[in-house]
Design a binder for this molecule. Structure first.
Ligand code: ZN
Length: 428
């Protein structure tokens, strides 16, 4: 198959010949029996998400492995890491293998289960990290995401344990007592609205502690969804010491701010903006963008968090936290990072494909589009601007904060090892 007229990382137009799931040839004027017209789209290595909630097993009303990975494919992803806060929790070899098998059978992209750090995400006892690493799912990323591993001794043990198989602990940094009952970013707006504040220090204190712990035991630490300027400063300092710390930012924290809770196109107190960690201030957004540009923040991860309508369309304090994000991630990153001149397409490819694959230790993903590489390819047209229409999502859930917003760009096609999962913007 020939993929015609694409611009690798935004470069000169070329054709790509794909054979046996790999890139066999790159050049102008390639001929073959079967062709796909790229129409001058940008070709990126297939995107890799380090932080996706697929909700299966247990909350198939919100998402399944099948619908979540359809959503991923439409967003240009060829691999996702499925978070462990399912029901039952993915804290044993049995459950991670179940998710891995569902991925093999039904998925539209590769599915890599994340293992829980503690049994039942309860923060009391380490889960079977070694058994999950040795299982067919070959788990390398462990996280209690949704909850913080707040016990310093357990966190230290987890960091020590995963060294044996080159694993990484992905921490959801949220000091629980400082955020008891918290509803939104602690600041001027939370004060005015009378909602319990979620202070930046609750995130920053855990990040500082865990950077020190990771350095102390010489292990790998990854920080999920960094949301404050202070967190960025701490991570910059930890990296300057040469410590093995990586971190992610979500698309929504690169674009949206806490004042949307007070005033937005969908009114005040709209739980569509309720998310963990909360939307922060304009100054935080600016710091996150600068940190993603300069490499202090390593990657963009979606934290795709589908919820059924009844869990979101309720009063603010009762609503579930989280937003879907797979199908809008690349557009939001274009808006926040590319249109602002902070990143070029090579920079986007690093932060949404190569580096997340490296952190997750995925061999066959995130490789540059070169001859011999697996044909994991995303074709993206950055020149269009369209209104976000959640009814068109492949996800089972519709809880997007971008409904009605006009965002740039469109995923034209996604190829997983040479097989199209999306063509002309539609699932294959
Ligand atoms: Zn989280």
């Amino acid at each position: 198959m020939i993929i015609r007229n694409v611009r690798i990382l935004g470069g000169e137009p070329v054709d790509i010949r794909v054979a046996d799931g790999e890139i066999a040839e790159i050049g102008p004027g390639l001929e073959g029996p079967e062709t796909v017209d790229g129409g001058g789209a940008i070709a990126l290595p297939g995107l890799v998400d380090l932080h996706t909630h697929l909700r299966e097993p247990g909350r198939e009303d919100a998402e399944t492995v099948q619908t979540g990975t359809q959503s991923a494919a439409r967003g240009g992803y060829t691999a996702v890491h499925a978070m462990a806060n399912t029901s039952p929790v993915a804290d044993t070899a049995g459950v991670v293998e179940q998710v891995w098998r569902l991925g093999r059978e039904f998925a539209h992209c590769d599915v890599h289960p994340v293992g829980a750090v503690t049994v039942g995400l309860e923060g009391k006892q380490l889960a079977e990290l070694g058994a999950m690493a040795d299982s067919a799912a070959r788990v390398r990323v462990f996280s209690d995401d949704g909850k913080c591993v707040d016990d310093a001794v357990l966190m230290r043990r987890a960091l020590e344990y995963v060294k044996a198989f080159d694993g990484v602990i992905a921490q959801h940094a949220q000091e629980p007592r400082l955020t008891s009952g918290a509803q939104m970013n602690e600041g001027v707006i939370s004060g005015r609205l009378g909602l319990t504040g979620w202070p930046a220090v609750a995130e920053e204190a855990i990040i500082a502690r865990d950077c020190l712990l990771a350095a102390h035991v010489g292990s790998r630490l990854h920080i999920c969804h960094v949301s404050t300027a202070g967190s960025v400063e701490i991570i910059r300092w930890a990296k300057s010491k040469g410590w093995n710390v990586t971190c992610e930012v979500t698309p929504h924290h690169l674009l949206l701010t806490d004042d949307l809770v007070e005033e937005s196109p969908v009114g005040a107190y709209n739980p569509i903006y309720k998310v963990n960690p909360p939307l922060r201030t304009r100054a935080d957004v600016e710091a996150l963008r600068a940190a993603l540009a300069d490499g202090t923040i390593d990657i963009v991860a979606t934290d795709h968090a589908p919820h059924p309508v009844e869990d979101k369309e309720t009063e603010w304090s009762a609503a579930a936290m989280g937003m879907v994000g797979l199908e809008t991630a690349l557009s939001v990153v274009q808006e926040a990072m590319v249109e602002t001149g902070l990143l070029d397409w090579a920079g986007v490819a690093q932060r949404m494909s190569a580096v997340p694959a490296r952190i997750g230790r995925l061999g066959g993903q995130g490789q540059p589009l070169e001859v011999g590489a697996p044909a994991n390819i995303t074709l993206y047209d950055p020149s269009v601007r369209t209104e976000v229409d959640p009814s068109a999502f492949a996800s089972k859930s519709r809880n997007t904060p971008y409904e009605g917003m006009t965002l740039p760009g469109r995923v034209v096609a996604t190829f997983l090892r040479g097989r199209a999962t999306v063509l002309e913007g539609k699932l294959v």
